[in-house]
Design a protein around this ligand. Structure first.
Ligand code: ADE
Length: 417
């Protein structure tokens, strides 16, 4: 009889922090200097799918990311593999003739194939979804009994923000106090149905510049920024309490005010680092100005903005109607070039395009300037600065995929399909 292969496939979302994680107090355990809060993004539009397989016929741990074999020797992968192997339990599938005792997990080698449904290099927190998915899938494969919070503390050791991708909706990463990191884990504040009128539009901003990696940037900030100490000790603890209240009460004005202020302070901390770190570019700044002007004109926030370690804007609109007005403004200021079709310029939930009344390039060209800039209409609109937009919403947490056709590894060879 050919040796058996046991496989599991899972899908895990990415997340965007609205109270930012920046700075580690322990580099190897990945322990942060402050709590953070995120919104999980709908995996329909942004997710990682990972298949993990185990078989006595595999002679080494191997991984393929987006079809290309990569090394699993890095510390982040090794931490996750070691922690899940140590928690594996007995597993049996009589039908397939599979029987694995808990002590076997240390000896058995795994194959991993992972695929991000968005460009890995676009700066959209692919490692958060990727490491969360790896941990979630391995835990199912090895029959580990850990709950989502316990798994989050393992995912954290792969990539800090990955711990927040173990839940849908609104998630808090509690920094914890223990030296061994056992209480640094994620908890769900509210699920994805709690505040389901929010709409999220991501502007993937064109960038030629190679950004400072988060790991290097955080290290430099912790070593040199005085503002980070003030932020972590005085500012974030109060903001966390208020952000939890804003989410609980679906108070959009408070939510937007806190999210924008926190993003701006994170980038101020980057500027306060020696040497200074610039993640936002002129396009990011133009997007902030556009939102700030509009929010002031409306006399209450319509849209929140937040920027991670890169120039992309994540814009959160209070409802669908506002999201349509937001998309009109974004397309007015950042039109696609003449040869781009709208279908590849606005991705994700395309019904927002319909609501905005801009289904073709002619509709974009006919957009009037928004009323808040009527005395200050620019001579030139900024074509080419945005690569594309993604329309999405808050979404669910990890999901097991039982449909064999969705697996990324062949069930008889254990190699990528
Ligand atoms: N880094 C970026 N994407 C990833 C993925 N899907 N799995 C593991 N690491 C990743």
């Amino acid at each position: 009889m050919a040796e058996w292969i046991h496989t599991v496939t899972a899908r895990t979302p990415t997340n965007i922090a609205v109270i930012k994680y920046w700075g580690k107090r322990d580099e190897s355990l990945i322990l942060p200097v402050n709590d953070s809060i995120s919104v999980t993004l709908d995996p329909q539009h942004l997710c990682t799918t990972t298949t993990v397989a185990v078989s006595p016929s595999f002679d080494q741990d191997r991984m393929w990311l987006n079809g290309k074999e990569i090394s699993l020797s890095g510390g982040r992968y090794q931490n996750c593999l070691r922690e899940i192997r140590a928690r594996g339990e007995d597993f049996e599938n009589k039908e397939k003739g599979i029987k694995i005792a808990k002590q076997d997990w240390q000896k058995l080698r795994v194959h991993v194939a992972s695929y991000n449904n968005f460009p890995t290099a676009a700066g959209l927190a692919s490692s958060a979804a990727g490491l969360a998915c790896l941990v979630f899938a391995l835990a199912k494969l090895m029959n580990a009994k850990e709950d989502a919070s316990q798994l989050s503390a393992i995912a954290r050791q792969g990539s800090g923000s990955a711990c927040r991708s173990l839940y849908g909706g609104f998630v808090k990463w509690i920094m914890g106090k223990e030296v061994n990191g056992s209480d640094s884990l994620a908890v769900q504040l509210a699920d994805e149905n709690h505040w389901d009128d929010l709409v999220i539009i991501i502007a993937v901003v064109s960038s030629r510049q190679k950004e400072t990696s988060s790991t290097t940037g955080m290290r430099d900030t912790v070593e040199t920024s005085i503002l980070l100490q003030h932020r972590a000790r005085e500012v974030v603890p109060k903001r966390i309490v208020k952000m939890e209240e804003a989410i609980r009460n679906r108070n959009f004005s408070l939510f937007a005010q806190l999210a924008c202020a926190d993003s701006n302070q994170f980038h101020a901390v980057c500027l306060d680092t020696c040497p200074p770190i610039f993640y936002m570019n002129d396009t990011s700044h133009r997007i902030i100005s556009c939102i700030e002007k509009w929010n002031r004109f409306e006399e209450s926030p319509q849209v929140a903005y937040t920027f991670d370690a890169g120039p992309n804007a994540v814009l959160i609109a209070r409802n669908r109607k506002t999201a349509a007005l937001l998309l009109q403004r974004l397309l007015y200021f950042f039109p696609p070039s003449a040869d781009t079709d709208m279908g590849s310029y606005v991705l994700g939930d395309k019904s927002i395009l319909k609501d905005a009344g801009v289904e073709g390039i002619n509709d974009v060209q006919a957009l009037p300037p928004p009323p808040e800039i009527k005395d200050n209409v620019p001579a030139q609109r900024n074509g080419g600065e945005v690569s594309y937009f993604i329309c999405t919403r808050p979404g669910r947490g990890p999901l097991l995929l039982s449909d064999e056709s969705l697996a990324l590894l062949d069930h008889s060879t254990g190699l990528p399909k």
